[in-house]
Design a protein around this ligand. Structure first.
Ligand code: B12
Ligand code: SF4
Length: 521
């Protein structure tokens, strides 16, 4: 029997981390690390597994050093902390150190001195095999699966081993893989271009586990939920039945490609399964840049990108998006173009980043061949790419200015209100319809939304230090109240205020030079 400790290292503050908003929700982290409870479920019962997430609790290095095997996961932004943790463990004469996850998968030599074994890519088969090898003293320094994991055999993650009450959202995965070929993307390098899905029975099993952990909002962490449209439609139908049978206990958000807008049935099925928002990789309003990066799905016929986003919103899905600056076809006019695009598309939440080249991607290979990678001062520039249409300084300065503009209260709430007030965005309509025939459940749920809204409002008024922001939030919320009396919408609007606080603070700190430009790399 081995004593195994698996660790998710702390993140630095970032757009997605929502660090400044978390106290407003009374939470310590946004999403639990999905890999750790999954690895625990893949571990044979004779071993003892402890899961530690540094984002919700301080690490006790003395305890960690006593473990037989210390496993660490992490993505690019966690890589330095991953190394620090390994160093601390080694200094204390700690156990066998293994590393897996997105970063080591693309940068295999990063932990050379610190890790005894690394795992490249998926680990459904290699993790249990490693444990057998380790017990026999025959383990290898590197494991990589020859076949991609069979998603229909992935077990239900051991959420019970995490302190789930500290997280804002639950997380689960329906599928891996994406059929597209965006040049900068490491997902297709790691998971392939053929989407692989779990069965409805597996998904429902996980939903029950998340419900048991008292989660209410779940991030479906697929990179592209709709990579296999026929398969996901079938799954969504089963999910909608489960929601209706159980009184809509869970609300979902996810990521999908823009071709979602071309499929009315798919959008309807998503809302029936209680998906309320979707993150779409739009990347740029500049068509030449989209073609350059092989994001062909965004330049297809059938309307402009703005029109396509509006179709998704009309179906009842709030759109979040990813935008990238610094493609070869971008010059300094891109900053204004991005801002105008977000206004026209009424997208409140845009994860704007600077193009960077992830190792093993086609973009990385192209730029390396052209001598256009520069690792000098990456944290300040936020990229390892030497841009073509402007200097590195112009790119970072333009980025910071754009973030500040886009998250100024006036610009942000103008986008939110355009959607929520003027367009009367239909929020979770199938659930509202269900409540009309189940009034008691509807009443309980709406009462809970009101309580939650009141909690966030109270914290906004107490914890936000800038009085101008407090009065902005108050004014906006009362504006919404005059137009719409739905507690669910009110709660979701309060969440918009809290997330604004995070984005606005982050953008302000960046523009004052108080935090690194962007730690997406
Ligand atoms: C959910 C998610 C998030 C969540 C947080 C998740 C969390 N708490 O860990 C949020 C939304 C917060 C997030 C944020 C960001 N993310 Co993110 N995220 C994802 C996403 C979509 C899914 C991750 C997931 O849950 N996968 C499901 C699990 C089961 O898969 P897995 O982690 O790969 O684990 C498997 C194997 O890797 C392996 N494994 C993993 N760890 C370990 C450890 C050991 C010891 C072993 C043996 C095996 C092993 O076993 C698992 C089973 O096969 C991935 C893309 C993807 N599809 O993986 C991007 C991804 C990880 N994110 C990425 C990035 C860049 C970011 C951001 C920096 C974006 C930004 N610009 O702000 C931020 C930074 C976060 C922060 N707070 O600072 C990149 C990382 C690139 C890289 N190669 O390192 C990815 C790959 C997406 C991408 N290509 O852009 N993210
Ligand atoms: S659509 Fe998203 S997941 Fe698919 S290849 Fe492009 S960036 Fe990667």
């Amino acid at each position: 029997m081995a004593d195994i400790v698996l660790i998710n290292p702390a993140f630095d503050t970032s757009y997605w981390g929502l660090e400044h908003a978390l106290p407003l929700f009374g939470k310590r982290a946004n999403v639990p690390p999905a890999s750790l409870p999954l690895l625990a479920a893949l571990t044979p019962n004779e071993h003892r597994v402890t899961l530690l997430d540094e984002n919700v609790e301080k690490l006790d290095f003395e305890r960690i050093a006593r473990a037989d095997i210390v496993g660490i996961t992490g993505m690019s932004v966690q890589r330095r902390r991953m190394r620090e943790i390994l160093e601390q463990v080694k200094e204390r004469g700690g156990g066998f150190a293994v590393v897996g996850g997105p970063w080591v998968t693309v940068q295999e030599d990063y932990f050379d001195e610190w890790a005894d074994t690394i795992f490249v890519g998926e680990a459904e088969e290699t993790w249990p095999r490693f444990l057998l090898d380790w017990e026999a003293g025959e383990h290898h320094a590197r494991y990589e699966q020859t076949q991609r994991s069979d998603m229909t055999r992935v077990p239900t993650p051991r959420f019970d081993l995490l302190k789930m009450h500290h997280y804002m959202f639950g997380s689960m995965q329906f599928s891996r893989g994406c059929p597209f070929q965006c040049e900068f993307c490491d997902i297709i390098v790691t998971f392939g271009r053929r989407p692989r899905l779990k069965t409805a029975a597996q998904v429902i099993g996980e939903l029950e586990a998340l419900r048991a952990a008292k989660m209410e909002i779940v991030f479906v962490v697929d990179d592209n939920l709709i990579g296999n449209k026929a398969a996901i439609k079938s799954l969504l139908r089963d999910l909608a039945v489960w929601q209706r049978d159980n009184g809509y206990p869970l609300m979902f958000f996810t990521e999908a490609s823009l071709d979602l807008s071309e499929d009315e049935e798919l959008m309807r099925l998503m809302t029936e399964a209680n998906f309320v928002s979707v993150f779409i990789g739009i990347e740029s309003p500049n068509e030449a840049s989209l073609r350059e990066t092989k994001k062909f799905q965004n330049v297809r016929k059938g309307g402009s990108i703005v029109e396509k986003v509006r179709s998704v919103q009309k179906a009842g899905l709030d759109v979040w998006c990813g935008m990238i600056l610094g493609f070869d076809h971008d010059d300094t006019t891109i900053f204004a173009a991005q801002k105008t695009f977000l206004e026209d598309a009424r997208i409140a939440h845009a994860m704007i980043g600077i193009l960077h080249a992830i190792p093993k991607t086609p973009l990385y290979d192209r730029l390396a061949a052209d001598g256009r990678l520069d690792y000098d001062d990456v944290p300040s520039y936020g990229t390892n790419v030497i841009p073509l249409g402007m200097s590195r300084d112009e790119l970072t300065e333009g980025y910071v200015e754009l973030m500040r503009d886009v998250y100024s209260p006036a610009a942000y709430f103008s986008r939110v209100d355009d959607l929520f007030l003027d367009a009367g965005f239909r929020f979770a309509a199938p659930r509202a319809k269900y409540w009309r025939t189940h009034p008691w459940q509807g009443f309980k749920s709406q009462a809970l939304s009101l309580v939650r809204f009141a909690g966030i409002y109270w914290r906004l008024m107490r914890m936000v230090t800038e009085s101008s922001l407090r009065s902005e939030y108050r004014r906006r919320i009362f504006g919404l109240l005059r137009a719409r009396r739905d507690p669910a919408v009110l709660f979701s609007y309060a969440v918009k205020c809290a997330t604004h606080y995070h984005h606005h603070r982050l953008a302000t700190e960046m523009s004052r030079g108080e935090t690194a430009v962007i730690n997406s790399f």
